[in-house]
Write a protein that binds this ligand. Structure first.
Ligand code: CO
Length: 215
């Protein structure tokens, strides 16, 4: 099992199944990718981007990290965003978090997990900013709320990047979305921070945060 032959066998069957449905599928994809969507999600193995939105290879450009964080100095995330918007011309950037996120839970609880605590400090900034919206006597509810707040705040960060601001300034059509996925039922929910121009950002953000507080 050192060579993980089971995974190679899975791969062979997967490719075979796709070719059975469309013989030229891989040749077509190899020639060009033109995804309409960029997905920024959590690395969690239970939230596989393509599968949960029913998209095939070639249809979704993906960046994942622990707790779907968008930081203005993260060259990895920014490069993905810039390439997706400027070169691939994606029409939608989806920031998708999930309930029960281990990263968000560690941030909420001041967990001590090692190096990653520094990364999760960004989620703790969200926690501290919205302290008044979290109920310390109800940890489960607080975790749900922080998972939601984190998505909206990270989607806001996407809107604040030079990549998106410049795209909007030159009239390029690209929308930013904030979604959350529930592990227990496999369903997505729109957190209604959906923005397609600079002028919509502040008011849409305010309304989305207010809606979460009441939820
Ligand atoms: Co997670």
């Amino acid at each position: 099992m050192k060579t993980l032959s089971n995974l190679f066998e899975n791969n062979r069957l997967w490719a075979q199944k796709i070719i059975a449905a469309e013989p030229n599928f891989f040749q077509r994809l190899a020639a060009q990718q033109s995804p309409r969507y960029l997905w920024i999600g959590c690395s969690d193995s239970r939230v596989p981007a393509n599968e949960i939105v029913g998209l095939m290879p070639g249809e979704l450009f993906v960046h994942r990290n622990v707790a779907n964080v968008v930081v203005h100095t993260d060259l990895n995330c920014l490069s993905v965003l810039q390439y997706a918007v400027d070169v691939l011309s994606v029409k939608h950037v989806i920031v998708c978090g999930h309930y029960g996120c281990g990263g968000v839970k560690a941030a909420l609880d001041d967990g001590k997990l090692g190096l990653i605590d520094n990364w999760l400090r960004h989620v703790q900034d969200v926690r501290d900013e919205h302290r008044g919206r979290l109920d310390p006597t109800d940890p489960a509810r607080s975790l749900d709320r922080l998972c939601e707040l984190n998505v909206v705040e990270q989607a806001l960060h996407v809107c604040e990047t030079t990549v998106i601001r410049d795209a909007w300034a030159r009239g390029q059509s690209v929308s930013v979305h904030s979604w959350i996925y529930r592990l227990e039922d496999g369903r997505l929910r729109d957190l209604r921070f959906t923005v397609e121009s600079t002028t919509q950002v502040a008011e849409t953000h305010r309304a989305a945060i207010a809606a979460i507080a009441c939820g």
